[in-house]
Design a protein around this ligand. Structure first.
Ligand code: NAD
Length: 317
């Protein structure tokens, strides 16, 4: 089992997964259309003999021979997925059908990177996998939320109808090096603003909560899920430690030693108020739980953005 296809491999999470498998001596095929990802994320792998990059849009069929498919292709940040919402739906629906068709043809195991967004503006807290969600089907986020819900449906239907070997993972907010500078996700936004000494933009009053999982923890969860037998999911992967957005902003200002203040803007439509995973199932089935403390993960992420932005450290001694 050492030939791995990673769709969305030039994105934030995909690039870490590529790196992980190349490091383990697997043959990695990275497929990406560079819509929200970048060659810079995988540049260090390009000359590696076990790494192959294919520029390809997964809404078109793909034929390659692999043992496992990590299906991550889909823009994850609202700025990107709302740029062309029809394309986002196509990526989730046609792209997932194409990857499942491939899995069927070559008898590969396939893992879908789904999302906590399938829970929508959750009415139960924390969210466990048995909760069916509270999702607006016609709002500006629906292309992503409902797109992923259909992707999960397709996974289950191919499994039931064609006996495809599937895994479904619902990823909660993950952060770390190689998040795009301008993709508008809260951690990258705050760090970039703090490093540029600009005010941190806080939507709403900042009491809405999120949980933040460091990328290396998430990657280990994805791999554990792929390697597990007799459990198809869906399973939540995320960090259950809950922080309010204002707490996060203050932490980042302190860790960067920034002089930035905070500005308030109105909350985007359908923005969930609370978001926190119940990871009991991941603990039980995968023996997985996140290990990286928020401050440690932020430290790594801040160093990355300092390098990308070319700003020197202003951290307090
Ligand atoms: N990062 C998170 O916090 C998070 C949370 C929940 C779910 N996820 C899921 O994990 C996956 C990866 O997320 P990410 O944070 O790395 O996002 P990302 O936007 O950095 O990466 C997605 C990658 O997919 C590529 N892509 C998009 N559409 C494509 C298409 N039609 N054909 C080929 N490639 C395409 C993009 O160019 C990009 O490289 C996504 O499916 C996302 O929904 C991520």
């Amino acid at each position: 089992m050492n030939r791995i296809l990673i769709t969305g491999g030039a994105g934030f999470l995909g690039s870490h997964l590529c790196e992980y498998f190349v490091g383990r001596g697997s043959d990695v095929i990275c497929v990406d259309n560079f819509f929200s990802g970048s060659k810079d994320n995988i540049r260090h792998l390009l000359s590696h003999p076990h790494f192959e990059l294919m520029r390809h849009d997964i809404i078109h069929p793909l034929f390659v021979e692999v043992d496992q498919i990590y299906h991550l292709a889909c823009p994850a940040s609202p700025i990107y997925y709302q740029t062309n919402p029809i394309k986002t739906v196509k990526t989730n629906v046609m792209g997932t059908i194409n990857m499942l068709g491939l899995a069927k043809r070559i008898k590969a195991r396939i893992l879908l990177a789904s999302t906590s967004e399938v829970y929508g503006d959750a009415q139960v807290h924390p969210q466990s996998e048995s909760y069916w969600g509270y999702v607006n089907p016609i709002g500006p986020r629906s292309c992503y939320d409902e797109g992923k819900r259909v992707a999960e449906t397709l996974m289950m239907d191919y499994h039931r109808q064609n006996n495809i070997d599937i895994k479904i993972v619902r990823i909660f907010n993950t952060y770390g090096p190689r998040m795009a500078v301008s993709d508008g996700r809260v951690v990258s936004n705050f760090i970039v603003q703090a490093l540029k000494s600009e005010p941190l933009t806080l939507y709403g009053d900042g009491t809405q909560t999120r949980s933040f999982c460091y990328v290396s923890d998430l990657i280990s969860g994805l791999v554990k899920m792929m390697e597990t037998e007799d459990f198809i999911g869906p399973v939540n992967l995320g960090n259950p430690d809950e922080f309010s957005i204002i707490e996060l902003a203050k932490k980042i200002i302190s860790l960067t030693g920034s002089s930035s203040g905070i500005t308030h803007e109105s909350l985007p439509q359908d923005d969930p108020v609370r978001r926190c995973p119940d990871i009991s199932l991941a603990k039980e089935k995968l023996d997985w739980h996140p290990q990286t403390a928020l401050e440690d993960g932020l430290h790594e992420t801040i160093s990355y953005f300092q390098e990308v932005l070319g700003v020197s450290s202003r951290e307090k001694p």
